[in-house]
Design a binder for this molecule. Structure first.
Ligand SMILES: CC(C)(COP(=O)(O)OP(=O)(O)OC[C@H]1O[C@@H](n2cnc3c(N)ncnc32)[C@H](O)[C@@H]1OP(=O)(O)O)[C@@H](O)C(=O)NCCC(=O)NCCS
Length: 203
């Protein structure tokens, strides 16, 4: 691979079975095998058929090397509430369900590039905010804090989707105030609220 590599993104909605293989391969190549779950192929096939999903691929030299899946927050709440009861519905929020870059292409701005494309597509759909369960051990939670305006965050010590092996930070953030590019400006990294329960809040 040349020292300077050019990564691009492609954004797809309801792409069907054709890209399922690529997205699964990137996901499986990026996470420990023990973190795969029963029925994951059916789960992601369903997401591929659902036009409310946003699929962002990272490409290098004609190959797909990274993948970001955004789904509506309300859908994520339905799926994850048993594991994270503080998640709240929000029509203007996209949940980042998968973020993965193959190891040979990490640290080259690919995730940031994909987040930029997700932001563009989400804004077109009227969603100004995003949420995710971010790994702490690989620094992703810190990256989100550095790059975006965090609205609230909350730590879960053993996240079932990491096979109960690692903690996660549930973070809600605004796309505004963050920049996708490596040389973009930085939000000053201030978390507005600790805990995401919104108890007593009028929505
Ligand atoms: C987490 C992951 C998606 C990040 O992808 P990536 O393409 O390596 O990330 P990027 O290169 O875009 O880096 C994002 C930011 O992290 C910082 N960063 C990247 N590499 C860094 C390093 N080695 N040291 C310190 N900071 C670093 C940069 O500040 C960058 O921001 P910038 O674009 O403004 O410069 C990737 O490491 C991965 O797939 N990991 C395995 C799967 C996983 O854990 N997914 C997350 C589940 S929650």
């Amino acid at each position: 691979m040349p020292a300077e590599i050019i990564l691009t993104t492609e954004v797809l909605s309801a792409p069907g079975d054709t890209i399922l293989e690529d997205s699964l391969a990137i996901r499986r190549g990026s996470f420990p095998q023990k973190w795969q779950f029963d029925g994951e192929e059916d789960y992601y096939r369903q997401k591929n058929l659902d036009s409310s999903s946003i699929h962002v691929f990272l490409r290098y030299s004609g190959k797909r090397v990274g993948y970001l899946l955004g789904i509506p927050q309300n859908e994520a709440v339905t799926e994850l509430k048993p594991d994270d009861p503080e998640m709240k519905e929000d029509l203007k929020m996209v949940y980042v369900e998968v973020a993965a870059v193959l190891s040979a292409f990490r640290g080259k701005g690919g995730f940031s590039l994909m987040m930029g494309s997700l932001r563009e597509e989400a804004l077109k759909r009227g969603m100004q905010r995003f949420s995710l369960h971010a790994r702490i051990n690989n620094g992703l939670s810190g990256v989100i804090r550095k790059k975006f305006k965090v609205i609230c965050s909350k730590r879960i010590e053993r996240w079932p989707y990491y096979n109960h092996e690692e903690p996660t930070d549930y973070i809600e953030a605004s796309f505004d105030g963050g920049r996708a590019g490596s040389d973009g400006t930085r939000w000053p990294g201030r978390t507005v609220r600790l805990g995401c329960s919104r108890a007593g809040e009028t929505q």
